[in-house]
Write a protein that binds this ligand. Structure first.
Ligand SMILES: Cc1cc2nc3c(=O)[nH]c(=O)nc-3n(C[C@H](O)[C@H](O)[C@H](O)COP(=O)(O)O)c2cc1C
Length: 311
């Protein structure tokens, strides 16, 4: 009997090589230590940290999460220890995993904060990539950087000048034309795009007539947003050349496959981590099984391979 060849799951995001395309999404996996007894961290393709800001942040008033039909609404408000404590207290454990660490960063007030954060991370060899969170809906801003093509271009251009590491721009679904923002990030030198952050949402307790979240509004994640995310990945894939990291409601292998077929080079597992901490590891195994069954040796045979007709 001929033995089937094990598929090659490795992918490349600009200068960053990953042994497999499954990572965990920012803000849903803490700093990995929280998950060390719940799953095998060493199996992951990469770990994306909770978003870090210059100074530590307490986050928003509770309640900061509430469940909605097929989704989770959150208004964490970027609670994090700040860059210095992150490097001292969180990065050593992340380094020990041996898995590429993608550090997500954001500015509280002005884009200059991104520059300071990038300069600090650029010098640190334990950091594999930098993800620019320009799409957080929980900072009570009237307009996000990722809602403005020019602001996206300017921010990513500035970041590009400051780092040779893999640079990822994380985009917002709260826009009318995702392709405009995706093109702006690409043209400014982003190595890859992360698509999508949460969709703006609100939920009301009708008996008390109060908002269910302390911050009143928040960001929706989970299966409810998957069709929106898949569409945006597909639209971006048809417009741009750089790799896309797809996310939004990935719960299992089948939902991850939708993203690859729509055009994602890699995927990120978010809300599913709270329900099934093994989800990402199960998806890696499921992906390999699917590729074996479909005679695929590498992921280029899967990414963007959407068929036009139902044959
Ligand atoms: C509780 C929670 C906290 C999050 N915090 C962050 C964050 O700090 N930075 C960020 O870029 N995205 C954050 N996100 C968004 C996720 O990384 C992801 O883009 C989004 O939830 C869609 O994926 P999912 O439906 O698989 O969760 C957060 C999501 C949740 C549910």
């Amino acid at each position: 009997m001929v033995k089937a060849i094990k598929p090659n799951l490795s992918v490349k995001l600009g200068p960053l090589n990953l042994k497999n395309p499954v990572m965990v999404a920012s803000g849903t996996f803490g700093y990995a230590q929280e998950f060390k007894d719940l799953m095998n961290l060493k199996k992951l393709g990469a770990i994306v940290t909770k978003t870090i800001t210059l100074k530590g942040r307490q986050g928003n008033l509770p309640p900061r999460t509430c469940e909605t039909p097929a989704g989770l609404l959150n208004s964490i408000g970027l609670e994090n220890p700040g860059i210095n404590r992150f490097i001292e207290e969180k990065l050593p454990f992340l380094k020990k995993t041996g898995i590429p660490v993608i550090v997500s960063i954001a500015a509280e007030e002005t884009p200059d904060e991104f520059a300071v954060l990038i300069k600090q991370l650029e010098q640190n060899s334990d950091v594999a990539a930098i993800e620019l969170n320009i799409s957080c809906p929980n900072l009570q801003k009237t307009r996000l950087i990722a809602q403005d093509p020019q602001a996206t271009f300017d921010l990513v251009s500035m970041a590009r000048k400051l780092t040779a590491k893999c640079l990822i721009a994380k985009l917002s679904p709260n826009v009318s034309a995702i392709t405009e923002i995706a093109s702006a990030a690409q043209n400014a030198g982003s190595d890859a795009l992360a698509l999508i952050n949460t969709l703006g949402g609100m939920s009301i307790d009708v008996n008390k007539r109060i908002p269910k979240l302390g911050a009143w509004v928040g960001g929706l994640s989970g299966p409810a947003i998957r069709p929106v995310a898949v569409k945006m990945v597909w639209e971006a894939y048809n417009k741009i050349k750089i790799p896309i990291i797809g996310m939004g409601g990935i719960m299992d292998t089948a939902s991850a496959l939708e993203f690859f077929i729509a055009g994602a080079t890699a995927v990120s597992v978010g809300t599913a981590n709270f329900i099934n901490p093994q989800a990402s590891v199960e998806i890696i195994a499921g992906l390999e099984k699917y590729m074996l069954a479909n005679n695929m040796q590498n992921l280029t045979q899967l990414t963007g391979r959407l068929k036009a007709c139902k044959d």
